[in-house]
Design a protein around this ligand. Structure first.
Ligand code: NAP
Length: 229
């Protein structure tokens, strides 16, 4: 344990990939980690057991459940020091397939869900030691407006303004920040060869490129309160 003893962190989508690296790093830093899963219950519970935390189900596309989720979390851990909005829908949505349902699915999870979950968890965030943090995951490449991922890119472009707005709106004891990773892991179903080509093309670009690097940025935010770690 290295300093965060007794603090509680919630990591959405914290079972796998980047979320799992964040969950592991926070647990190593002394946080009691509650990670959420939607479909990856088995991985989530297994990871939670290994890091001494817990795994709870949460579907970010169903805001009507957030009140009950907050009550359950309150009974379980009593308060929240860090909320990491990691979960996202990173699905391929070419314009020809961007149905209203596909569009809504992306924005519900990447933007509306984190906004409304923050609102639902605000009472818990205010029960901490007066230095709670809410951290969003943006995307350093969202401005590329990849044609196969246009709704995803638009949803992630909206994250920094959402963060800026919440900084004005939330009480002073709740810091709000954003981490904008670069090309870290290929989206599910993305060709590995194409991914490596893309990473080589963007080699000189800024942006964190490993799950562990993203997790370190989360820790920097948690420890220093830097807004853009
Ligand atoms: N991958 C990259 O290179 C990259 C680059 C820049 C930014 N980012 C950002 O970093 C974060 C993590 O990226 P990633 O690639 O690790 O993400 P990911 O694997 O595509 O998704 C993370 C998790 O989101 C959860 N999720 C999806 N729909 C959900 C819903 N309706 N309700 C609740 N949870 C839901 C899933 O949980 P279950 O598995 O339990 O269903 C999934 O494991 C995202 O915010 C992403 O935008 C990633």
């Amino acid at each position: 344990m290295t300093g965060a003893g007794g603090k509680v962190a919630l990591v959405t989508g914290g079972s796998r990939r980047i979320g799992a690296a964040i969950s592991r790093a926070l647990a190593k830093a002394g946080y009691e980690v509650v990670l959420t899963y939607r479909t990856s219950g088995r991985e989530g519970k297994s990871l939670a057991e290994r890091i001494g935390g817990s795994a709870v189900p949460l579907d970010l596309s169903r805001p009507s459940t957030f009140g009950r989720f907050a009550d359950r979390l309150c009974r379980k851990v009593g308060r929240l020091d860090l909320l990491v909005h990691n979960a996202a829908v990173l699905s391929r949505t070419p314009v020809s397939e961007a149905s209203p349902a596909a569009w809504d699915a992306v924005f519900a999870v990447n933007l509306r869900g984190p906004f409304l979950l923050t609102r639902a968890l605000l009472p818990l965030l205010r029960k901490g030691r007066g230095d709670a943090g809410v951290l969003f995951l943006g995307d350093a490449n969202a401005f590329e407006l990849w044609p196969g991922y246009l709704p995803y890119c638009l949803s992630k472009l909206a994250v920094p303004p959402l963060v800026a707005g919440l900084r004005k709106a939330l009480p002073p004891g709740v810091r709000v920040g954003v981490v904008r990773p670069g090309l870290v892991l290929p989206p599910e179903g993305f060709s590995a060869e194409r991914w490596e080509r893309l990473r080589a093309e963007k080699a000189g670009r800024r942006g964190i490129r490993t799950p562990e690097g993203v997790a370190r940025a989360v820790l920097r935010f948690a420890r220093s309160g830097t807004y853009n770690p």
